[in-house]
Design a protein around this ligand. Structure first.
Ligand code: ATP
Ligand code: MG
Length: 412
């Protein structure tokens, strides 16, 4: 039997939680993604712990050790308690088996059998567990699959997908992150055959899987395979431009960072597509707004913009959206023919400090204009004049202009 070690296993927060959970001698283990990632030497954000103790006892043990806990409404019924130790979070789940499933929900029963708990997990590399001393339990050959880049269902793919249709998306998500080469043929066929069930999944679950998939270092092969099977058509309204995605990924690797929403945007055709996906996937409102702006820019960016034109766009869009739009426009060029211009624009954005209009409403009132809509109109006119002069006029110039406009607007 192998062993696995990771820095977080020995961290004080982890030790405190493990000590609390084992105070009465329970056999607890780390489970799922943290074990898989530890074998790869990757960091883990969430640490999942399995225990044969039911959730009530888990809560009592943590309370005895003065460890803060959280439970969510259905958490206790599902056997999950969250422990907070310092800045670390631990999800503690009672070992379980799925009793009844309908493709979207599972009724679970608690068990004290580790193998049973492993058998209800989706993929072999997600079904490993590790004792606090690092002893690895690998019931289905997960370590070998992980090493070979094989994402393989525990059991028969068709059956496992019928139990929970989300596993179709999870298959592609894990393939994007951990797969090498061709995906498992039997699993692919099962995904293909069940693709029509995807619309029955809740938007939140689809969103979580798809945004994680798109955040993979290179999601392109997985996305291509999803297009070839009929899976992607169940998720996106338009025929996706995977060639654009390929270039965006390359550009991000060169000048930026991976970004799921930006990658999603390059796969969509227009504002209607963005709205469709934001609604269907129940995107958070900030993500939905950003996606809409990326698919239907409030103002276009073009490689022909001169420097003052770029600054006007930056002022209008803000540097983050400007940068996103440059990356997207660049990705959509067949040959990257304007690479030099795009790079220069990204530099302009990085150096951008938003200028402040050097006059305010108080200055307008001081010119003798009465409070009311005229104040806003005058400020707007001064701002337009100031932008047209590349934001150069200082306060004295802007005050003079304001006085001139106020005098011109005043009735005789
Ligand atoms: P990540 O690091 O992205 O969170 P993870 O492996 O922790 O990866 P989660 O979605 O957080 O993935 O799920 C935790 C574990 O729970 C998985 O490793 C797997 O064992 C199990 N699991 C989660 N969802 C399912 C599912 N739909 N069907 C079967 N097992 C699942
Ligand atoms: Mg997780």
């Amino acid at each position: 039997m192998g062993t696995v070690h990771a820095p977080w296993m020995a961290a004080p927060g982890t030790r405190a939680v493990i000590d609390a959970l084992t105070a009465n001698g329970a056999d607890v283990r780390f489970v799922g993604g943290c074990v898989r990632d530890a074998l790869l030497g990757w960091e883990s954000r969430d640490i999942d712990i399995g225990t044969p103790d039911p959730p009530g006892r888990v809560l009592a043990l943590l309370k005895d050790a003065s460890i803060e806990t959280r439970t969510v409404p259905r958490g206790i019924a599902h056997g999950t308690v969250t422990a907070l130790a310092g800045s670390d979070r631990f999800e503690i789940t009672t070992l379980r088996r799925d009793e009844r499933t309908d493709g979207r929900h599972a009724e679970v029963a608690f068990t004290d059998d580790w193998r049973e708990d492993a058998a209800r997990r989706d993929f072999t590399s997600n079904a490993m567990s590790a004792a606090p001393d690092g002893t690895l339990y690998d019931y289905f050959g997960g370590q070998a699959d992980l090493g070979a880049g094989r994402v393989r269902f525990v059991g028969d793919p068709t059956t496992r997908i019928a139990e929970d249709h989300l596993r179709i998306l999870r298959f592609f998500r894990f393939h994007a992150w951990y797969g090498k080469g061709e995906p498992d043929a039997e699993a692919l066929a099962a995904c293909n055959a069940a693709a029509h069930t995807i619309p029955t999944l809740s938007g939140e679950r689809v969103q979580a899987e798809m945004l994680k998939l798109l955040a993979a270092p290179d999601p392109l092969p997985a996305i291509e395979t999803m297009r070839e099977t009929s899976v992607l058509a169940q998720l996106l309204p338009d025929t996706p431009r995977t060639d654009h995605l390929a270039r965006l990924i390359a550009i991000e690797g060169d000048v930026g960072e991976a970004d799921s929403i930006r990658r999603l945007a390059v796969l969509l055709a227009d504002a209607a597509g963005a709205h469709d996906v934001a609604t269907r996937w129940r995107l958070a409102s900030a993500d939905a707004t950003r996606l809409a702006d990326l698919c239907a820019p409030p103002a276009p960016v073009s490689p022909d913009l001169d420097r003052p034109g770029q600054r006007r766009r930056l002022y209008r869009l803000g540097p983050a959206l400007f940068r996103d739009l440059v990356l997207l426009a660049w990705a959509k060029e067949a040959q990257g023919e304007n690479e030099t211009a795009w790079r220069a624009m990204l530099e302009t954005a990085a150096a951008w400090e938003e200028p402040a209009l050097p006059v305010t409403g108080a200055d307008v009132l001081a010119c003798g204009v009465e409070a009311g809509p005229a104040v806003g109109r005058l400020l707007f006119a001064v701002e337009a004049w100031w932008k047209d002069r590349d934001f150069a006029p200082d306060r004295a110039d802007a005050l003079a202009k304001l006085k001139e406009l106020a005098a011109a607007g005043r009735p005789e």
